[in-house]
Design a protein. Structure first.
Length: 303
């Protein structure tokens, strides 16, 4: 399913938050346009407060645009005649810290919740719940009757994600899903998401982890102060950082010291810049570039 976003804006009213109890308007998004194709893996990045969560809430139909349109396969999801069930089936959202949303008495009931009105038989629902929990790395028979509250933080998060997977949406949106996970947890999770994407699920993922975005996403949307300042193929977006450090916003968004592209950009400022490859975006790129560089230096300098 294709998502088309046209000139999208969203304004929050903060009633009574002003100094004299007046309403303050926050323009969270302004004039955002882009298209997300079926099967894509799209990363959304930008500083805290730039509008990332607002954007995904609009895409999921949880907020109504102040201006502009969001279409799913050409149908405006905010049109009066639009069948909202189509949207609910098509898009699954994993919010930030989803573990806080668990509420059922048992893990299996929690995961089955989204299937309540699916029209599936009880057996089919059991199968789905089993599949979703196993996909998230659980032993189904061991965990099904447990209380979600008895699980660790990481396990709770995996149960919450299983609840979204169980519905088998064509599009899954993750809001900072790896925040707070340890490096192994992060890696496992990202590999799983990549597998879902390989199997045809469209993935939209908000993350502050630049190396994860560089490695796993196909396209990137970069927001700054509610505006889309850059959109494109992931490598191209990261490489434009190397070539043009002046790009406003993306610079602040990307130049975390631990990001590979930022390291290379710094490195290129020193004398040896000509002999180093300029297409380094991921850790794998860095390793192969370093090998080439060291071989070049050892072999007489013709890198
Ligand atoms: N419920 C809300 N009421 C008022 N303002 C909000 C609300 N949610 C977000 N905002 C404001 O909208 C802007 C964008 O927020 P958000 O979409 O959450 O950004 P991000 O996810 O990129 O951190 C911020 O200025 C934020 O303070
Ligand atoms: Mg957010």
């Amino acid at each position: 399913m294709r998502i088309t976003i046209e000139n999208l804006s969203y304004t929050y009213d903060r009633r009574g938050r002003g100094r004299f109890d007046e309403t303050i308007e926050v323009n969270a998004l302004q004039g955002v346009s882009c298209t997300i194709e079926s099967g894509d893996f799209v990363g959304i990045m930008g500083q805290t407060g730039c509008g990332k969560t607002t954007l995904i809430q609009l895409i999921a139909g949880l907020l109504t645009p102040t201006a502009g349109r969001i279409c799913l396969d050409g149908q405006d999801i905010n049109d009066r005649s639009y069948d909202r069930n189509v949207l609910r089936q098509a898009i699954g959202v994993v919010f930030q810290y989803p573990e806080q949303q668990l509420f059922a008495a048992t893990v299996e009931n929690d995961v089955a919740f989204g299937l309540k009105y699916s029209g599936l038989s009880a057996n089919a629902i059991d199968e789905r719940v089993k599949w979703a929990l196993e996909t998230m790395g659980f032993d189904f028979s061991k965990v099904r009757k447990q209380s979600p509250l008895a699980l660790s933080g990481g396990e709770k998060r995996r149960v919450a994600i299983a609840g979204v997977l169980a519905v088998q949406p064509k599009i899954i949106i993750f809001d900072e899903p790896i925040a707070g996970l340890d490096p192994y947890g992060r890696q496992d999770f990202l590999e799983l998401v990549a597998k879902l994407n390989d199997n045809g699920t469209t993935i939209i993922m908000i993350s502050h982890n630049m190396n994860a975005l560089a490695k796993y996403t196909k396209h990137l949307l970069v927001l700054e102060d509610g505006r889309l300042i850059m959109a494109g193929e992931t490598r191209a977006v990261f490489l434009s950082l190397n070539n043009d450090l002046q790009v406003r916003g993306i610079r602040r968004a990307i130049t975390e010291p631990q990001h590979v592209a930022a390291l290379i950009a710094k490195h290129r400022k020193c004398q040896c810049q000509d002999s180093f490859r300029d297409d380094v975006v991921t850790y794998d790129d860095l390793i192969s570039a370093l090998k080439g560089y060291l071989l070049g230096v050892g072999g007489g300098g013709s890198a």
